[in-house]
Design a protein around this ligand. Structure first.
Ligand SMILES: [Ca+2]
Length: 142
């Protein structure tokens, strides 16, 4: 059972499983895409941080830079804030807010399927639905 100021207590010392060893809940964000150059900025426990993104670098290496920005901040160190990278996701026991992506190659959420298809893709999708409806219709009438 969590006892204040604990936020959670899962009875283990494993970090980033929802509850950290210092009884703080997980927070973070995940990035998608390929960096083209720019900046990712965010706040951890109210401390503003920003990391430059490099054209051609992987999201994984960008995430490592974000983790290291958190770990090397003296204010966050004093608060016992730690961070780690899981794939393209940042996991931290600090509270994350105000995530801003200033890189045209990156998004915070997965790109939506339909807009990514473009107009030609939409036509193909519509034709596919029509074809599927036709098959269902024929099956129905048989
Ligand atoms: Ca845990």
């Amino acid at each position: 059972m969590p006892q204040p100021p604990e936020e959670c207590d899962d009875g283990n010392q494993v970090n980033s499983d929802g509850c950290w060893s210092n009884c703080r809940e997980d927070d973070g964000f995940e990035l998608y895409g390929l960096p083209l150059g720019g900046e990712v900025s965010f706040e951890v426990e109210g401390t503003p941080l920003s990391v430059e993104t490099q054209d051609g670098a992987s999201v994984a290496s960008l995430m490592l830079a974000i983790v290291s920005a958190i770990q090397s901040d003296p204010q966050l160190q004093a608060l016992g804030v730690d961070a780690l990278r899981i794939g393209n996701r940042l996991a931290t026991n600090g509270q994350v807010a105000n995530v801003q992506i200033a890189d045209p190659g990156l998004t915070l959420t997965l790109p939506r399927f339909v807009p990514a298809l473009g107009p030609g893709g939409l036509l193909a999708l519509a034709a596919g639905i029509g074809l599927a409806a036709g098959i269902v219709g024929r099956r129905h009438s048989a």
